[in-house]
Design a protein around this ligand. Structure first.
Ligand SMILES: C[S@@+](CC[C@H](N)C(=O)[O-])C[C@H]1O[C@@H](n2cnc3c(N)ncnc32)[C@H](O)[C@@H]1O
Length: 289
C-alpha cells in the first residue's frame, strides 16, 4: 500500500443539478460525482469514455462542459443498443416499456428473461434490457457461459420500470454523441491531443480471486488491467488528459506509479449480501495535476 502522504483525499463539492439514470450498473459513479468534480479539467471540448457503463460520469460531463465531440463506448452490446435506442427511438421505447411495466409479475419476468435478445428488434431488445435491469436482483448484469442473462428477480415492491423524465433527458444529452460497441483499445483510433478521456474499467479485485464484477461473457483479467495501463501511457504520450478509476490496491498503484494518485470514498456492496454496504477507498489516477 502506498504512503498515505502520497495520496490526496477528494473533498465533496455540491452538484446542483440532477443526473438522470438509464440503468443501475455495478460500480456506478453517480454517488462519486461530487468528489470527482475537482479532478476534471476546467474545459472539455472533446470527451471519450470507453467503459461507459451506467453513464453517470458521461451525463454529468455533457451537462456541465457541453463538449463538441463525445464518444461513449462499451463492450456490452445490449447496453450500447439501449443508449442508441434512447437516442434515436425514444417514443417507441417508452411505448414498449409501458407494456412491460403494465405486465410486470414474477412469471412475466422469467418469461421475458427466457427470450433470446438476438431474436428481437433493437427497440424490443432495449426495452427487455431496461425492464430486466430495473426488476432483477440488485440491477446486476450477469450472463452464463452461453451468454444468457441469468440474474433472478429482485424483491422490489413496485420497481420504476418506466422513467419518462430520465429517458427524455438522456435523449437530449445524447443528441450529439457517438455511442459504439468496442473494446477499450480502439479509443486509440479516435483520441487526439487535448482530449479528456475517463477510464472506468471493471476494478481489480481488492482480494485476489474475489471479484463480483462480471459484466459480460469475458472477465476483466490482470492482463487486461496491464493492457489498459499501456493504453493509459499511449494516451498520455498523445497529449490527452486521462483520468482512471480503480480499486485502491498495490497492484493498481504499481501500474500507475508515475502518475498522480488521489483517493475517493465510495459506498459499496462489500460482499454478496446486498444488506452489507460499507465505505471503501477507491483510487483516481490522473496524468495531470
Ligand atoms: C465499472 S463499469 C463502468 C461504470 C460506469 N462508468 C458507471 O458510472 O456506471 C465497467 C464497464 O466496462 C465494460 N467493459 C468490460 N470489459 C471491457 C472491454 N474489454 N472493453 C470495453 N468495455 C469493457 C463493462 O461492460 C462495464 O460496463
Amino acid at each position: 500500500m502506498p504512503e498515505a502522504s502520497t495520496l490526496a483525499i477528494a473533498e465533496k463539492t455540491k452538484i446542483s443539478y440532477r443526473v438522470p439514470t438509464l440503468v443501475k450498473w455495478a460500480g456506478g459513479k453517480k454517488q462519486l460525482l461530487s468528489q470527482f468534480d475537482k479532478f476534471f479539467p476546467n474545459k472539455i471540448e472533446r470527451y471519450i469514455e470507453p467503459f461507459v457503463g451506467g453513464g453517470a460520469v458521461a451525463f454529468h460531463i455533457i451537462k456541465r462542459f457541453e463538449p463538441k465531440f463525445v464518444l461513449l463506448s462499451d463492450i456490452n452490446e445490449e447496453l450500447v443498443n439501449a443508449y442508441n435506442t434512447v437516442k434515436y427511438n425514444v417514443p417507441e421505447l417508452i411505448a414498449a416499456l409501458t407494456v412491460l411495466s403494465k405486465n410486470h409479475s414474477k412469471e412475466f419476468y422469467y418469461k421475458i428473461r427466457e427470450i433470446d435478445p438476438k431474436t428481437l428488434s433493437s427497440i424490443e431488445m432495449a426495452a427487455r434490457f431496461i425492464y430486466l435491469n430495473k426488476t432483477c436482483f440488485n440491477g446486476l448484469y450477469r450472463v452464463n457461459s452461453q451468454g444468457k442473462f441469468n440474474v433472478p428477480i429482485g424483491s422490489y415492491k413496485s420497481p420504476q420500470i418506466l422513467d419518462i423524465k430520465s429517458l427524455l433527458e438522456i435523449n437530449k444529452l445524447l443528441k450529439n454523441t457517438i455511442i459504439k460497441v468496442m473494446p477499450f483499445e480502439n479509443v486509440l483510433e479516435f483520441a487526439k491531443k487535448g482530449d479528456f478521456i475517463y477510464l472506468d474499467p471493471p476494478y481489480y479485485p481488492v482480494k485476489e480471486g474475489k471479484s463480483f464484477t462480471k459484466y459480460s461473457k469475458n472477465d476483466f483479467s490482470k492482463a487486461d488491467q496491464e493492457r489498459l495501463a499501456e493504453l493509459f501511457n499511449k494516451l498520455d504520450g498523445l497529449g490527452c488528459k486521462v483520468m482512471l478509476s480503480n480499486s485502491d490496491t498495490e497492484f493498481i498503484h504499481d501500474l500507475y506509479v508515475s502518475y498522480t494518485k488521489n483517493v475517493v470514498r465510495a459506498r459499496r456492496m462489500i460482499n454478496c449480501d446486498s444488506t452489507k454496504r460499507g465505505e471503501i477507498n477507491e483510487a483516481v489516477i490522473t496524468n495531470y495535476q
